[in-house]
Design a protein around this ligand. Structure first.
Ligand code: DGY
Length: 327
């Protein structure tokens, strides 16, 4: 009998067509946002699910879906997966690394530049009809070239941002990470390892690229913001919840730091109301990987993981040990 899979959100039709060559596919091109119990209902008797990063795969879902063998995330982040519960239930998780690295680093660097040079704030001013003359001190921002770029979380995307800053803009790059990079990678990124304390204290522009977990929850809160320079900018392209958004809004209002650029939010797509009323901020709706070739590559990788595992017994980018029955 043909294996069944669920695609839980709207996705490129060509990727659905590819999956339909191998599986009995249920898709959701109306992009209905299912509740956890609706998701469980939809997943009944299915062996695989194509997720897009927001669907929670936890012990309750796994217990209710005993036929499930694989969850393929179309995202590099996988904080929507309870991997321990998946391993215990014999369900493989896969993500979509590498294909989005450079596109997401591009967005990180764009946000850094827009934040430092106050692009959103000055555009709102112009659109509001407030621009009546040139002034020497109008929308004075911070330089990017020659400044100190701090990166918290130095995985593939962090390294991409470091290379852009060091090689393209002559920035001094410092970073903090759970594990220090090898010397060759540090040299390639022209990056120096520092403590988190030094990173906070000395960066002119701090970019967050660390994965979300219980230990990175509110890694940047009121205490950390207070350690940063009043002229510093902060960019978060990692995950909501890494920054305490209420504390950040207060720090921006009080000018504890100069400005922030955020692509991700605690509890998104809801945005903390205080962030919407501070002027010194650039806000984008989680578009880090949003270029057409990259989103297509992510979707194809998730599809290839489903086909690879359920048809050929080998996933391309597994996150947890493959259950013995299929491996
Ligand atoms: C990812 O892949 O984790 C990006 O944030 C897009 O969801």
């Amino acid at each position: 009998m043909q294996q069944k899979i669920l695609i839980s959100r709207a996705i490129f039709p060509e990727v659905i067509a590819k999956l339909a060559q191998h599986f009995d596919v249920t898709s959701n091109q109306d992009d209905v946002l299912w509740t956890p119990s609706q998701l469980i209902e939809q997943l009944a008797c299915k062996q695989g699910i194509f997720t897009t990063g927001g669907e929670r795969i936890d012990a309750a879902l796994l217990a209710a879906c005993p036929d499930l063998r694989i969850c393929a995330n179309m995202a590099v982040g996988y904080n929507n997966f309870d991997l321990d519960a998946m391993t215990a239930a014999g369900v493989l998780g896969t993500n979509a690394p590498d294909v989005l690295t450079e596109t997401t680093a591009d967005l990180g660097f764009s946000l850094l530049m827009a934040t430092a040079r106050r692009l959103a704030e000055s555009e709102h001013y112009l659109r509001a009809g407030l621009w009546t003359r040139w002034r020497y001190d109008m929308f004075i921002g911070a330089d990017i070239h020659g400044a100190t770029l701090g990166i918290l979380g130095m995985g593939r995307i962090g390294q991409g941002i470091a290379r852009r800053g060091a090689h393209g803009f002559g920035m001094k790059v410092i970073y903090h990470n759970r594990t220090r990079l090898d010397a060759a990678t540090e040299a390639d990124c022209k990056a120096c390892y520092v403590s988190k304390e030094e990173l906070l204290r000395t960066a002119d522009h701090l970019v967050l690229v660390l994965p979300y977990s219980a230990s990175s929850h509110h890694a940047i809160g009121a205490a950390e913001l207070a350690r940063m320079k009043p002229s510093a900018t902060l960019v978060n392209i990692a995950r909501g919840g890494i920054v305490d958004d209420a504390a950040l809004a207060l720090a921006l209002r009080n000018r504890t730091i100069a400005a922030a650029g955020l692509d991700v939010f605690e509890g998104e797509p809801k945005v903390h109301p205080d962030l919407l009323t501070v002027p010194n901020i650039v806000l984008t709706p989680h578009i880090g990987s949003a270029s057409l070739p990259t989103r297509l590559a992510m979707a194809h990788l998730a599809a290839d993981n489903l086909i690879g595992y359920l048809v050929n017994k080998k996933a391309l980018t597994p996150l947890n040990p493959a259950p013995a029955a299929l491996a």
